[in-house]
Design a protein around this ligand. Structure first.
Ligand code: PRX
Length: 658
């Protein structure tokens, strides 16, 4: 097929927008792992037997006695009595099977430097790192923070923790040092693994020096381990800080993998909720690994001997945990891992690497696809992408046009697309097309995977056969979060309180269509999804009001062509504060408190916010203003005139930007 661009591409996309659904190409379907839709009924007939069969794909030191204990919902226990080691399943079993030379990662750095990491190499490094952590006094149950860029050591660090039963708490490299401190404090981390500096678009951005100033108040934190990455000098505190290379060199190279209880914590990962305090999602070992391996193999139709898999996420998000580290490694896959941004050093870098490594399965986010669309089909068209056979999307609803562009320009019209819906909380993909079976509709995540039951319900919890409502999951599943770390009450309150203790309320609105296919519409709580990253409005507001002389702030989401949603902040200064030139300072301040990703796209200064007579801020009206919608009911406002002035301000701001 010839490559399309410009008007011809536009024309083709217009044409395809009228096509209802896209069945898998016959050749793909014939060779797919799932060829037959009857697996859904098979799983439904006996879900526990289904999950046992999936768990049996892993190596257990001791097989479980009982599949599930759901006697105290919503606190589930899976594979009770089983003992398993995550790093053994990712590494040792492949090495023992003679696959030590198989490539686990083709790693490419920002400056083009490449490293080939085999299963055998990872196995050696992880054992050394595990022993080095033990020598620092870290043992089973001790939380270890990891704040690293996309370098090979991040994988080694995660698996070393898993090997010795120390739950890791990875913080995305784009978060600020203050956000790291907070997450270390909440999780009572005993050690933090970080880096001297991170490469960012050709420059070395200091990390250890930044982190240092924030860590002094943490009395539980005993050690900071520093990976020498760029060679940037950084302060080291005697007795507390150690170099990664030095402690690995001194470590015993053999660290046998000990089995841990199936319910032993594997990791905690913080995500945003509807309050300013992030939620520590806790995943345990046996169930999480079961779903990570199962979904990675089947949703991506993985044939480990032939495929080259690339998940473009950062390891700091759950997508990276499950589909860069645990899923692919358990399945013995060969993956690509890229350190840099999609447009660095140039806008065709992803496609250059796809061609270079013969990538067959590519998994990314809609926001990245839209960015690529805006750079033009000429960039991917420079490269031979004919090795690709399956594409995936995750993180936010994908608009049909972006879906079709992805399918046509990247997939050459021949690759099925899996639009995978899931969350940090679910641990693994829950709703997705079955690539060899489902006729996918652009924009729909389609149906729950075999073993999962999802429903769209009304406000009373009754299933809706067709129409819009709340997405719920009906049964426990092995990789479900077990609790919120150190906060079981909030766990129950947030997810299981609305329709009873056995219905998981996802927090997303969804539409069930006449065929029974699910279309995710977006969050129903105060969570904004910017480029597929979850941010809490309360967290951003609290960062803004911590700036001197800011009185009040209200943050809402506004639709954005590129990032899905963007942040708009309405901010009230204290009397006498000169707000000229203050926007950038507030943005900088937010970058320091949370991270650059939380900076508002627009800041609107106002002497007051729309409030009810009892003083509650009416965010609903602010959302209407931000979206340029007709205003809802304003009669309950204390000062209805405020709306006119805000509408004017946002219009003026948009005008200035145009
Ligand atoms: O709103 C949904 C959206 O992302 C939320 C979960 O965010 P997070 O925990 O950060 O995990 C993101 C990666 C798994 C969901 O509640 N979301 C995720 N995938 C999709 C999606 N929205 C629509 N379609 C998807 N495929």
């Amino acid at each position: 097929m010839s490559k399309l661009s410009g008007d011809a591409l536009e024309h083709r996309l217009e044409e395809l927008l009228r096509t209802g659904s896209f069945p898998p190409p016959p050749e793909f379907a014939q060779n797919a792992l799932w060829k037959d839709p009857s697996v859904v009924a098979q799983a439904e007939a006996d879900p526990l037997a289904w999950w046992e069969a999936q768990a049996d794909a892993l190596d257990w030191e001791r097989r479980w006695d009982t599949v599930l204990d759901w006697s105290d919902p919503p606190f589930a226990k899976w594979f009770i009595g089983g003992r398993i080691n995550a790093s053994y399943n990712c590494l040792d079993r492949h090495v023992e099977a003679g696959l030590g030379d198989r490539v686990a990662f083709h790693w490419v750095g920002e400056e083009g430097e490449a490293r080939t990491l085999t299963y055998g190499w990872l196995h050696q490094e992880v054992q050394k790192a595990a022993n080095a952590l033990k020598a620092l006094g870290i043992g089973a149950g001790d939380v270890v923070g990891i704040y690293l860029p996309m370098i090979p050591e991040v994988v080694v660090a995660m698996l070393a923790c898993a090997r010795i039963g120390a739950p890791h708490n990875v913080v995305f490299g784009g978060f600020s040092a203050e956000a790291v401190r907070e997450r270390m404090e909440f999780s009572e981390a005993k050690a933090l693994i970080t880096v001297d500096a991170a490469r960012r678009r050709g420059k070395a951005a200091p990390v250890k020096a930044e982190v240092d100033g924030h860590m002094t108040s943490l009395d539980r934190l005993e050690h900071i381990v520093v990976v020498r990455n760029t060679g940037t000098e950084c302060p080291m505190t005697e007795g507390r800080d150690v170099w990664w290379d030095q402690i690995l060199a001194a470590a015993d190279p053999v660290c046998p993998a000990e089995g841990f209880d199936a319910e032993h914590p594997l990791y905690v990962l913080y995500t945003s909720g509807s309050t300013a305090k992030p939620k520590g999602i806790l995943h345990t070992t046996g169930g999480y690994l079961t779903c990570a391996a199962y979904t990675h193999r089947h949703v991506f139709d993985l044939k480990p001997e032939q495929d080259v898999f690339w998940c473009s996420a950062d390891v700091g998000w759950v997508t990276g945990h499950t589909y860069i580290v645990y899923g692919p490694l358990m399945n013995g896959a060969t993956s690509v891992m890229y350190e840099g941004a999609p447009d660095y050093p140039h806008r065709a870098i992803w496609w250059e690497l796809c061609e270079r490594f013969g990538v067959t399965i590519f998994y990314t986010a809609p926001t990245a696809i839209r960015a690529c669309m805006s750079w033009g089909a000429e960039e991917p068209n420079k490269h031979d992408l004919s090795s690709l056979r399956l594409l995936g999307s995750v993180g936010e609803p994908i608009n049909p046009k972006a879906w079709l562009w992805y399918q046509q320009v990247i997939g050459g019209g021949r690759c099925p697309i899996v639009d995978t819906w899931w969350q940090t909380e679910t641990g693994a993909i829950m709703i997705s097309p079955m690539p060899g079976v489902t006729a996918a509709k652009p924009g729909s995540a389609m149906r729950p995977l075999p073993g999962i039951t999802a429903d769209v319900v009304d406000n009373e919890g009754n299933p809706i056969s067709e129409g819009q409502g709340l997405l719920v999951i009906r049964r426990p599943w092995p990789s479900m979060l077990r609790t919120l770390y150190k906060d079981p009450d909030r766990y129950v309150e947030t997810y299981w309180n609305r329709f009873g203790r056995d219905v998981y309320v996802v927090g997303d609105a969804a539409r069930m269509d006449a065929d029974g296919d699910i279309w995710i519409l977006g969050r129903i709580d105060d969570v904004i999804n910017v480029s597929g990253h979850r941010l809490s409005t309360a967290e951003v507001e609290s960062a803004i009001v911590s700036y001197p002389h800011v009185a009040e702030a209200a943050v809402v989401a506004q639709s954005d062509d590129l990032t899905g949603q963007a942040i708009v902040a309405f901010v009230t200064p204290e009397e006498g504060l000169d707000t000229d030139g203050l926007d950038d300072k507030i943005r900088e301040h937010i970058a320091e408190v949370i991270g650059k990703l939380a900076r508002p796209k627009r800041i609107i200064w106002t002497h007051d916010l729309p409030k009810t007579r009892s003083g509650k801020i009416m965010r609903r009206l602010l959302r209407d203003i931000a979206e340029g919608r007709e205003l809802g009911d304003v009669t309950t406002l204390r000062d209805p005139t405020i709306m006119a002035s805000l509408t004017e301000r946002i219009a003026a701001r948009q005008h200035e930007e145009d």
